[in-house]
Design a protein around this ligand. Structure first.
Ligand code: G3P
Length: 218
């Protein structure tokens, strides 16, 4: 199970890498806009920091534009994965980029049918947005279950990348369902470490030893 950070914030990425749990990073135009910095230099800076895959999204919506921007993103660094929206034009671009051995991440997936089309186009990753489905009272993790069984049934190489993660339970369920990757905001990565019994247990251990009046060395 790979964990990617869903952010364009360099400080968050630095912290996540320091904890040794971050296998890659995903960005999108909204996340980069939030940083108030230029687009391509931000993707490049992230790709230089992170040893694993870094998704940078195209801004064009026509196939020629997406292919051109995809090539330019891929030229930034070897680990850049080109993120392409799930549209007919986007999947044509994915086919061309795949033929050129450029890795792709098909984003904005909300149905098993869309995921099947992305897998047929040769996407390296398919990104179903679970949180946004939950937000409209649909079953985000049910979609993951459907897509994982589809990729298993047909032996697609496309990896299921759980996106739009809102809470730790999305990660737990992703593991149970056998998703290949989940991308999560830094706040949720930090929450994965937390349990009240860990906190209170550690407080008790330290207090008990402190009460003896002795130190680590005596
Ligand atoms: O990066 C795509 C996805 O993870 C966005 O998440 O929280 O904006 O729905 P969210």
């Amino acid at each position: 199970m790979l964990l990617f950070l869903d952010t364009a914030d360099l400080e968050e990425i630095e912290n996540g890498l320091d904890w040794g749990m971050v296998d890659g990073v995903t960005t999108n135009p909204s996340l980069i806009a939030k940083q108030g910095k230029s687009y391509l230099p931000t993707v490049k800076a992230i790709a230089e920091m992170v040893p694993g895959p870094v998704s940078g999204e195209v801004l064009a919506t026509d196939r020629e534009g997406m292919i051109d921007q995809g090539r330019r993103l891929a030229d930034l660094a070897e680990n850049v994965v080109v993120k392409v929206p799930l549209t007919p034009e986007g999947l044509v671009a994915v086919r061309t980029l795949t033929e050129e051995e450029i890795e792709t991440n098909v984003t904005l997936c909300f149905s098993p049918a869309q995921a099947m089309l992305a897998a047929k186009a040769g996407a390296t990753y398919i990104s179903p947005f679970v949180g946004r489905l939950d937000d409209i009272s649909e079953d985000g993790m049910g979609l993951i279950e459907d897509i994982v069984s589809m990729t298993d049934n047909y032996g697609f190489d496309t990896q299921v990348l759980v996106a739009s993660v809102r809470h730790p339970q999305h990660i737990v369920q992703s593991v149970q369902l056998g998703a290949h990757v989940a991308t999560l905001p830094f706040k949720i990565l930090a929450q994965l470490y937390e349990h009240p019994l860990t906190t209170s247990g550690l407080d008790r251990f330290l207090a008990d030893w402190q009460a003896t009046g002795r130190s680590f060395d005596d």
